[in-house]
Design a protein around this ligand. Structure first.
Ligand SMILES: *[C@@H]1O[C@H](CO)[C@@H](O)[C@H](O)[C@H]1NC(C)=O
Ligand SMILES: *[C@@H]1O[C@H](CO)[C@@H](O)[C@H](O)[C@H]1NC(C)=O
Ligand SMILES: *[C@@H]1O[C@H](CO)[C@@H](O)[C@H](O)[C@H]1NC(C)=O
Length: 442
């Protein structure tokens, strides 16, 4: 070999280099969406710290995932993805908005074999809107996979179009039960080689209207099919279905019920003008470790925070009109115990999960039971005690009664003295009388 030939070889090798990807270089070419900075509740943030890259997914799928703006798997995704990839049935309790569709679409798309031109997976959903939403997401995350064919088919659209579409290759069908059953029975949709069926919002899919259709559809699927079932609630219908059609499902439950267990609830009748005075009395008589005080508007939060400071108590406040980043910081500081009291509007959608908060005060009483539950309820994970005090004006009487009824709970008139063992953690109720604190002057 002459020198110049060898030299040419070297040149040729170097010119190849740009086409060889090393390590994480592929990430540089991703087109990432802007970051989402909204507050996220624990059902999407309390993860084990896994990365999407931990699941040995195809790089092209990872690219689609990252380009959706999904940086790390959410809790439901951490639980679902590895199990679903292993082929096991799943029974998961999860709400929407927690990354549920990613939890099943990612393993589903990973397992689609593009060399096969038949339907390999079905996602059953109760509504057309959800079908479109899910198919949109699957198209986006499979963007780089090169040729995964996803089809949405729902009632209320032209059947002939769907029939024509099924003449071509389809790998994934996202469907409402009635339409897909129709297509199966016509022999147009061939589902005998489907390896994975997902049921999203299964509680709705297994309602009386649908359950017969679902069972019918399942009877057409191949043996050994995997079923992934996602449901916000577990009514009898879902349990029966599970017993009949799921094989040793892996159970995931990421929804902690908010509970009023362990929370002693009182109300005090006041006029609007007496509210601040009453709050002052509460501050001076109760043994507050940390408290959260709810008002019904941004303006009232600011006014009350000012009053509380004037009364000589420390307090932070947050409301919906503040910059998100600032709100997060204040909440973080409160959680870390930098301040004893927090005044706010309704910001918590998952209940307060701060263990140190032992008193919650509704300075303005909420109008509906759900809001009340989110303000007062706890996830029950800590099993801790607490006190909820509601300032009730004559306008709130009706709401008080209605919320008590709806939540099947008891909100009692505030007594002259409150036993500390009901809400103070360090207090051991060996001698309850010592703990009684005088709360006269209502
Ligand atoms: C989320 O789930 C609830 C309860 O299943 C449902 O009523 C609601 O329509 C869902 N929202 C979306 C956007 O799918
Ligand atoms: C908030 O509460 C105050 C006092 O009870 C009342 O006057 C006002 O109308 C309430 N505002 C809203 C938005 O409910
Ligand atoms: C009381 O609050 C502080 C923070 O303000 C916290 O560190 C401490 O653990 C709390 N005590 C109890 C018993 O919750």
């Amino acid at each position: 070999m002459t020198f110049s030939v060898a030299f040419n070889w070297i040149i040729a090798l170097f010119s190849l280099v740009p086409f060889i990807r090393f390590g994480d270089d592929w990430k540089k070419s991703l087109q990432l969406p802007p970051k989402d900075t909204r507050v996220r509740t624990s059902d999407v943030t309390s993860t084990k710290g896994n990365e999407f890259e931990d699941y040995c997914l195809k790089r092209e799928l990872l690219m689609g995932i990252f380009e959706m703006g999904w940086e790390k798997p959410s809790p439901i995704q951490e639980e679902s993805i590895p199990i679903a990839l292993s082929g096991r049935d799943i029974l998961a309790r999860a709400k929407n908005g927690t990354g549920k569709s990613g939890a099943y679409l990612i393993p589903m798309l990973e397992r689609i074999d593009l060399k096969k031109d038949y339907i390999q997976a079905i996602v059953m959903v109760p509504t057309r809107e959800l079908a479109l939403q899910v198919s949109q997401i699957s198209i986006q995350i499979s963007k780089h996979l090169g040729g995964v064919k996803v089809m949405a088919t729902t009632g209320g659209t032209n059947l002939r179009d769907d029939i024509m579409r099924l003449d071509e290759t389809v790998h994934v069908v996202i469907a409402t039960p009635g339409r897909i059953l129709d297509l199966i029975k016509k022999g147009v949709a061939k589902v005998d080689r489907v390896q994975m069926m997902v049921m999203d919002e299964a509680d709705k899919l297994l309602s009386q209207d649908f359950v017969v259709l679902i069972e019918d559809i399942i009877s057409f699927l191949g043996k050994g099919r995997q079923i992934l079932l996602y449901s916000a609630t577990f009514p009898i219908s879902v349990q029966k279905f599970m017993a009949k059609h799921l094989h040793k499902p892996y159970e995931i439950n990421l929804m902690e019920e908010l509970t009023l267990k362990g929370i002693t609830q009182y109300y005090a009748y006041v006029t609007e003008r007496q509210k601040v005075h009453c709050l002052n009395t509460l501050f001076s008589r109760l043994q507050i470790n940390q408290s959260i005080i709810f008002c019904n508007s941004t303006q009232r939060v600011e006014l009350l925070a000012k009053k509380i400071t004037q009364l000589g108590y420390s307090c932070f406040y947050i409301h919906a009109k503040m910059m998100q980043e600032y709100r997060n910081r204040v909440f973080h500081d409160f959680r870390n115990g930098l301040c004893r009291n927090l005044v706010c509007t309704d910001l918590f959608t998952r209940g307060i999960d701060i263990q140190a908060v032992n008193v919650v005060i509704n300075f303005d009483f909420p109008k509906n039971a759900e809001t009340y539950l989110h303000r007062i309820g706890r996830s029950g994970r800590f099993g801790h005690l607490g006190l909820a005090i509601n300032l009730i004006t004559s306008e709130d009487r009706f709401n008080l009664k209605s919320i008590e009824d709806q939540l099947v709970t008891d909100i009692k008139p505030i007594p002259g003295s409150i036993d500390k063992s009901l809400y103070v953690a360090e207090f051991h109720a060996t001698n309850p009388n010592c703990g009684a604190l005088e709360l006269l002057n209502w």
